[in-house]
Ligand binder design. Structure first.
Ligand SMILES: Nc1ncnc2c1ncn2[C@@H]1O[C@H](COP(=O)(O)OP(=O)(O)OP(=O)(O)O)[C@@H](O)[C@H]1O
Ligand SMILES: [Mg+2]
Length: 383
């Protein structure tokens, strides 16, 4: 049965390349977290529609199921098919998972950094014209992550599944000239493990590789020392039990290199700096008066920042890069235990303020009245 929400309440949706989080404003955590994948099975009889399944409902081993991933590197891919798939996922979340009548709800949706205007316009169009919600707000994902920590100044380093966003924020506003979104994040580590364990894992077993990553990897504090066996992670081989019951051995080189990718992207042939280097670059792009606010509040968010040892290594590297320019004890990396869902939680907190619903969202009536100048409406209501 579909329920109706209090008219001031919001459904908060954080679209991620790996997982979509959805739930109600004012709550501490999302009600639903589903993998951002959709599976289509051929119709059982000619003339019948294809059967669509979502997230965890999909049997990844079924050869009759075609998989679709509409979000790539944090951005919804711009093809009609991907927009349609994304629409179906949103509708599934609202109607099937949260059991709501879309026409009665207000939605706050998170916006990845450096997303195009056209992309936001299309999101708005789908929510108003196809799903038919009553109002919509679009908020910058890193601004919400920082808001979840109770701060309005600092640099957010959000390491998700599809990308890493590095965003200095001052008084609640992202500083665009120093903002970066880089294609280096959790999926790169998962793919590295899949490739290196290809004798045991098929490409469609990416969820198994993801599990190995989350359970086994520890970021080395000193890569060379660890490789040479003089660190804590010294076992030459570690065992892992696959869902089939088979026990596989994963050698040290694979484990250490996988955990090092975020600091040394050359391991996967990416010619970009590691996350600490790019964070420091972003801080130096900020006005000199703002830099102390940034390096004293380097706020980690996103699931990949949960990797053991990441926080300590990040702080160590930033201190090394910035030594000589800043007093070491002024540098502070902050990581809250809830950081995996920080953007969603910040959205939940913000949307529960009465001012949000009053001033920061577009209503369906406004959308319909604006006609051809909707672009400026979307722009006006994106924060
Ligand atoms: N303990 C852990 N160690 C390593 N990685 C982890 C851990 N916990 C979660 N992750 C990884 O975090 C990623 C999911 O994080 P998150 O939900 O922030 O990403 P997303 O929002 O889906 O993606 P994005 O924001 O990049 O588009 C996955 O790659 C997951 O494997
Ligand atoms: Mg995310």
């Amino acid at each position: 049965m579909e329920a109706e929400l209090d008219t001031k309440e919001f459904v908060v949706i954080d679209n991620g390349s790996g997982f979509i989080k959805a739930g109600f404003s004012g709550e501490d955590s999302p009600k639903v977290v589903i993998p951002s994948v959709l599976g289509k099975y051929d119709p059982t009889e000619p003339g019948r529609p294809a059967i669509t399944k979502f997230g965890n409902e999909i049997d990844l081993k079924d050869p009759h199921c075609a998989l679709y991933f509409p979000i790539e590197r944090s951005i919804i891919k711009d093809t009609d098919q991907d927009w349609e798939n994304m629409r179906d996922i949103w509708e599934h979340l609202i109607k099937d998972q949260l059991q709501l009548d879309p026409s009665t709800i207000n939605v706050l949706i998170t916006d990845p950094v450096l997303n195009s205007r056209e992309n936001k316009q299309r999101i708005s169009q789908i929510f108003f014209e196809s799903i038919g919600v009553s109002s919509l707000g679009i908020m910058s994902s890193p601004v919400l992550s920082l808001f979840s920590t109770g701060k309005t100044r600092g640099i957010v380093v959000d390491i998700g599944d599809g990308s890493t966003s590095i965003v200095p924020i001052f008084e609640g506003f992202a500083l665009p000239h120093a903002t970066k979104r880089i294609p280096l994040s959790g999926i790169d580590i998962t793919n590295y493990l899949l490739q290196n364990l290809s004798m045991h894992l098929k490409p469609e077993q990416f969820t198994v590789a993801r599990g190995i990553k989350e359970e086994m990897l520890v970021v080395p504090q000193d890569y060379e020392k660890t490789m040479n066996g003089k660190d804590l992670i010294t076992d030459e081989e570690s065992c892992y039990e696959l869902p089939s019951g088979e026990i596989i051995k994963i050698n040290k080189q694979t484990r250490v290199n996988a955990a090092e990718i975020l600091f040394r992207p050359s391991i996967i042939n990416k010619e970009i700096g590691g996350i600490p280097e790019i964070t420091a670059e972003s801080i130096f792009k900020c006005d000199i008066d703002l830099r102390a606010d940034m390096y004293s509040n380097i706020s980690l968010s996103g699931g990949t920042s949960m990797m053991r040892g990441f926080h300590e290594r990040m702080e160590k590297e930033i201190r090394t890069i910035m030594s000589g320019t800043v007093m070491g004890n002024e540098i502070k990396v902050v990581s809250d235990s809830f950081r995996q869902h920080a953007a969603w939680i910040g959205g939940s907190m913000l949307a529960s303020l009465s001012t949000f619903g009053q001033f920061m969202v577009m209503s369906k009536a406004e959308w319909e009245a604006e006609g051809t100048i909707r672009q400026s409406l979307v722009h006006k209501f994106t924060f």
